[in-house]
Design a protein around this ligand. Structure first.
Ligand code: GYE
Length: 336
């Protein structure tokens, strides 16, 4: 049935398909360049989409780098793996983008890929979490949070809630974020320093909640089961998703929490729904982590486009909330 002729035909068809594909790629690359001739191309590598906070960051960057403003944004989600993020960054380099924005899942392990971007002459803006590299010149600028300051806000406000308990033991369940991310490192350090300072504070559980609701719930449910409902005084959650999960676990176990009595909750991000819980006294301390970083990054890249120098570090504006400084109008005005 399949004679030499048909085999040759098949081979030719395959070759044609290959040449069409490669032409297609070339053509689309050509179109890419032609269509975006005047557009500045920006690749944005996110670690994943583990929280509402991160979705807000993605939206903020997308809203700022629009075609109307002269930009073409290529967005890539690293599915919570550093390897995928590195692959995505290499793709941007191959595509010859003009700038790369990276929100790095963890702080270390970026030297090689950043050197590749530098060799290709592509400026890199690190956003949200930071990197630790041997040579700071491997990236152009950092825009994001001061996580040590965030942790210190959290701890000093928690101290206010606990000041009447100076003599009793304070048992803390500590649900950490992705280990090795700057958000986790800064927020953890502040708590661990506070525990060293207050001899009656004890971390009774310390586990990684990966910044997700499911893990937050799991860790808190297990803590309640192992320690009983009376032993835990504080749950320190390194983001709102984990706090929502911990609250779910406490609701399911019938455990009291909040300012009126029961377990005190500390959380980070200050997403609107968490602020409502804070205003109502269910969450005791909410430290804001501002995901609206798009305008800051846009500002930096516009300056670089004009050939101007930019600051190496830009911290975004952040505040700390408790029931005492929250009102519905404050929450309504916020965008995340
Ligand atoms: O707190 C959390 C997110 O890196 C600051 O990551 C960010 C953190 C944020 O998933 O909700």
């Amino acid at each position: 049935m399949f004679g030499v002729k048909s085999k040759i035909c098949a081979l030719m068809a395959v070759m044609l398909a290959i040449s069409i594909t490669s032409c297609g790629e070339k053509a689309s690359l050509g179109v890419f360049e032609e269509d975006n001739g005047n557009l500045v191309v920006v690749g944005f590598s996110q670690p994943g989409a583990e929280s509402a906070w991160r979705v807000a960051l993605t939206d903020s960057v997308k809203e700022n780098f629009t075609e109307e403003r002269g930009y073409k944004l290529i967005y890539k989600d690293g599915r919570s793996k550093q390897d995928s993020q590195i692959k995505d960054i290499r793709t941007f380099i191959q595509q010859g983008v003009d700038y790369i924005i990276i929100s790095p899942i963890v702080e270390t392990g970026w030297d090689t890929v950043l050197s590749e971007a530098k060799d290709a002459g592509i400026p890199v803006i690190i956003c949200d979490r930071n990197v630790v590299v041997e040579n700071e010149s491997l990236y152009t600028a950092f825009v994001g949070s001061d996580f040590t300051a965030e942790g210190e806000y959290a701890v000093s406000n928690l101290e206010k809630y606990l000041q009447n308990d100076e003599d009793g033991e304070i048992n803390i369940v500590h649900i950490q974020g992705t280990i090795g991310s700057s958000a986790q490192l800064g927020r953890t350090k502040a708590l661990e320093d506070a525990v060293k300072k207050h001899t009656n504070w004890n971390i009774v559980v310390q586990d990684c909640g990966e910044f997700t609701k499911a893990k937050g719930r799991e860790i808190m449910a297990q803590a309640i089961e192992e320690l009983g409902t009376e032993t835990i005084d504080v749950v320190y959650c390194e983001n709102d998703e984990e706090a929502y999960g911990a609250i779910q676990a406490m609701n399911e176990a019938g455990v009291e929490y909040g300012n009126k009595g029961g377990i005190k909750i500390v959380s980070f991000d200050a997403m609107n729904s968490a602020l409502v819980l804070c205003m109502n006294g269910h969450i005791s301390v909410e430290v804001e982590c501002n995901p609206l970083q798009g305008p800051y990054i846009y500002n930096l890249i516009s300056r670089l486009e004009k050939g101007n120098a930019v600051p190496k570090i830009t911290y975004v504006h952040e505040e700390c909330f408790t029931a005492d400084n929250l009102e519905p109008e404050i929450i309504e005005k916020r965008r995340f």
